[in-house]
Design a protein around this ligand. Sequence first.
Ligand code: ADP
Ligand code: MG
Length: 662
Amino acid sequence: ATHIKISPNNGDINVKKSDHEAEKTAISEDIQEARKKLPVYAVRNRILEEIRKNDTMILIGETGSGKTTQIPQIIHGARLEGAGAIAITQPRRVAAITIALRVAAESKTEVGSIVGYTVRFEDVTSPRTKIKYMTDGMLLREAIIDPLLKAYSVVVLDEAHERTVSTDVLFGIIKIAQKERTEKKLTPLKVIIMSATMDVDTFSKYFNNCPVIYLEGRTYPVTIFHSKTPHEDYAYAAVCTIFQLHSTMPFNHDFLVFLTGQEEIESVIYNIKQIAKSAAGPPLKLCPLYAGLPAGKQLQVWRAAPAGARKVVLATNIAEASVTIPGIKCVIDTGMVKERTWCGGTGAERLRVCRCAQAAAWQRAGRAGRDAPGRAYRLYTARDFQGRAAHNAPEIVRCPLAPTILSLIAMGVEPNTFPLINAPPADSVRTSLNLLRELGAVENVDTTPTLTVLGKKMAAFPIDPKYSKILLSAPEYDCLDEALSLVAILSSENVFHAPMHKREEALKVKQKFTSPLGDHITLLNVFKAFCKATLKKQWCKENYLNHKNLTYACEVRQQLLKICQRFNLNVSSCGQAHEQVLKCLLTGLFSNCAWLREGAAVGGARYVTAGGVPARLHPASALLPARPPALVYSELLHTTRAYLVTASAVQANWLPGGKRAR
Ligand code: ADP
Ligand code: MG
């Protein structure tokens, strides 16, 4: 492969200094000024030349150099996209949204006109949209409808190093689309693969030795400090470290703390506020940053702290590479991350806390050296660091593949010969094909798998095929109304919200929604009550429910309903005959059954799943303390033990024909 290094003219870009006074008068003029200082902007003509020359290229540049925000604008500025549009994929929905908002502001347009975004269940674009930020999952869905992606003349696959399943599959789709468009003499498809760090050789080889362009930016040295001894509770260690550093570091040094998720960030903020009341030192401006934070609040992160105060950003790994916050001098890294897992769920990502890879730790530390030399405090030992994996393993080799395989077949792609960079284990392809056959979605699995009529409908839903099957069978059980609500609520994050100090009370309140049939009907009761409530925010607070997640579930339900209406499904309700809903659940979740063991529990596990895994009911389950002999669950959660999460009692003879074996 050709390796091209592009340096800023005479290497002399003025990197913006952390200058709070300047930040405070942030008006649109400043946005333009800030743009011009980005490394990418300085070399835009050179980059443009390379883009013109190459149909496929890899662009590597330091995080914050302006790849994501500037490259699409540079292309559009030169009208290189012609009649088509430019798609830029992001692994995370928050990143797609915040970046689109930023780029719309930079180009002085309303988001949704020239610059827009599309994420699952939300489309803010118009026919005029030329620069479209989207999640990789959304572009994949568009490829199901048009595998040649004719709406686009340029596709930018951003954050390629994350190796999400969708991005990996898109690499293959794009490769095929590029070839076919050339053969059919259609507008050629330009492809740009972008990342801060990645294994370029593998990628370049995969894309027929395409050139690799390195953008040389400027970074400052970052001094790394490791903990001497391991910490039991990293969130607690983070709070202690913040206050230690707060008392010694100059006030204008902002902190960036890496945590794992919303609840953790909120509880850390709560603790900091409690301690800050009696601690010495200047005031703290605390800025959370996580997926699902309302867009307006996210933008807070880019505002400077008031004079004399210190800004502390508490972020998930979104601040690692997808968004850059200026002015950070000190990074506090817990070394933890929520990783996607696929234990059931509706295809919405499920997350599990685990140790991050070395590459991620280096990225995090690097955030402290954007504007000046900085420091990174790792709340884990050097030995712990050494023991970690160098890079993230691609998701595709460790996730269940049924949703992906269904999409591939829907695109007319033969799953066994599809060109993937890293092929998943052959076993897991076969298991997934069999599951799809049992769901009635695919036939001829042993020769050339094709979609059945039902399978075609299932592929139209942006959710796991197990759940689209449930929706499509619901009319037979007269419960599509309930099934829609249930699938919507299972697609959102936890709706129960029990703050640490109010746990008892929250449990008591939850009782009024609890159904003896189990967690699914309990969730349904919550959702129904939420829809009826007039003052929803207030009502959620009183009932210890998460307003944001319930509102999201309502939107999801709306979207799913639209697809059901397209198929003329009858949206009827089974009223109080809730057993119908459970029978219907089994049409998709027949493989998610567990049986009570006879005799003694093995190591406390009272159940065994259809797959033979010993497991126990999750302590929050409505089925406790009574334990039904058979149940269906939505998720099998592996922590130190295996838990059945969101479970309901069922009867063995409810299982659809042929699925009765245990
Ligand atoms: P890269 O993709 O190379 O990591 P980006 O294009 O994401 O870089 O970011 C370029 C610059 O734009 C960063 O310095 C970042 O601080 C700034 N930026 C991005 N989004 C916003 C925003 N919403 N408000 C203010 N600045 C932003
Ligand atoms: Mg980026």
